[in-house]
Ligand binder design. Sequence first.
Ligand SMILES: *[C@@H]1O[C@H](CO)[C@@H](O)[C@H](O)[C@H]1NC(C)=O
Ligand SMILES: *[C@@H]1O[C@H](CO)[C@@H](O)[C@H](O)[C@H]1NC(C)=O
Ligand SMILES: *[C@@H]1O[C@H](CO)[C@@H](O)[C@H](O)[C@H]1NC(C)=O
Length: 434
Amino acid sequence: MASYKKPRLRDLALRRLLSVVFVTLGGVLILIFLLGSSNSTLNNGIKDLDIVDDGSRYRRDLKFTKMQTLPQQSDLSLRLEKLNLLPPRNLDLYPNLAKDAIIVVLYVHNRPQYLRVVVESLSKVVGINETLLIVSHDGYFEEMNKIISGIRFCQVKQIYAPYSPHLFPNSFPGVSVGDCKEKDDAEGKHCKGNSDQYGNHRSPKIVSLKHHWWWMMNTVWDGLNETRAHSGHILFIEEDHFIFPNAYRNLQILTSLKPMKCPDCYAANLAPSDVNSRGEEWESLIAERMGNVGYSFNRTVWKKIHNKASEFCFFDDYNWDITMWATVYPSFGSPVYTLRGPRTSAVHFGKCGLHQGQGENKACIDNGVANIHVEEPDKVANIGSDWNVHVYENQPGYKAGFKGWGGWGDDRDRHLCLSFANMHRPSKGTTSPL
Ligand SMILES: *[C@@H]1O[C@H](CO)[C@@H](O)[C@H](O)[C@H]1NC(C)=O
Ligand SMILES: *[C@@H]1O[C@H](CO)[C@@H](O)[C@H](O)[C@H]1NC(C)=O
Ligand SMILES: *[C@@H]1O[C@H](CO)[C@@H](O)[C@H](O)[C@H]1NC(C)=O
């Protein structure tokens, strides 16, 4: 790690120093030329110039970082990146978002038969028409697109991960000629790549999930015109999460109760962290470890996560959620709790018959038909503002010390991941004072 960082930082610092000297000298000369040599104007002039220069220096750094670390884009990748700038759809039907709207981000790959079920469930969510739905695509798939472009129940914005391995058929982040595969010996075979802790080389299909999640987080919080100024909560869901009609109203209640009822909670969840549980149905709020179904947090928490970019990007596990549990959350220094209701408002479903040892009420879908039953209590907000909080301490699960499942050993993936964190703002490393 150190051997990567040092030369680059020194290089950056040198360039920055040179550019500051150059711009400042140039500015001084212009000022002297324009204003004559009155001392007071000159001083003020230099101060102003410093401010202006800060901005340009920042932009130049960003450009430099991008040129240096982001891969060469394909035509498709460039075209999709342009689509990310389009305004949301349905602005004619929903010209304004409600005050304090909780933005919803749905991240998807390529399971149209699942996505249809999720979109259908979202269409019945009370309050969804008050907010913006952002759909983040990993790869470009016509059928997925068609489902999203048919949505009329709220503002919708589609974004595409421009560096998805699925968009690069013969170069990184896809597979390049000469890449090592599986358990190849890089030296013996003269192939390219670093194996993970178990001796396996990268597989683009496997790394794409963690890349997409991290690109999406950085883009949604820091890159989009529509959301850059949003400081409240954003809810994240996936293409196999069925959302109940009361999800949005429940989430509004949870996020408003969180500061009083659970100041230690970082997030609010729609579903229990145990994905097989539908909740306890107690008259109580629950605080427990962060789950990966229907989680929402605000910009303060995002900043904490973003500060741990190198922990996230260098941990040898291809799962974003296990990476968060094993490295990012433990690095916050105190337990990371989330607040939820006692009855789930979202369920993770899969294909029927694939989950061995699961009961019959395991949510699943066959031929586009889901077996998820929405009952009366799931249709209206069902969380009491006067309830106490039941805290689950020391729950089992991945935690600090877990070494990771591997799949994330290649330096190219680790650095692509880091450059996503630097896309929209300078990282800690590139803002060394000058
Ligand atoms: C949202 O939908 C509800 C119920 O259908 C309706 O009463 C409300 O006016 C809609 N709000 C917006 C902003 O479209
Ligand atoms: C950014 O969003 C604002 C509204 O939030 C809009 O007025 C403006 O035109 C947008 N700018 C671009 C470049 O899309
Ligand atoms: C965001 O959430 C955190 C954790 O719950 C809280 O400490 C912080 O005050 C919140 N920030 C804002 C701006 O509401």
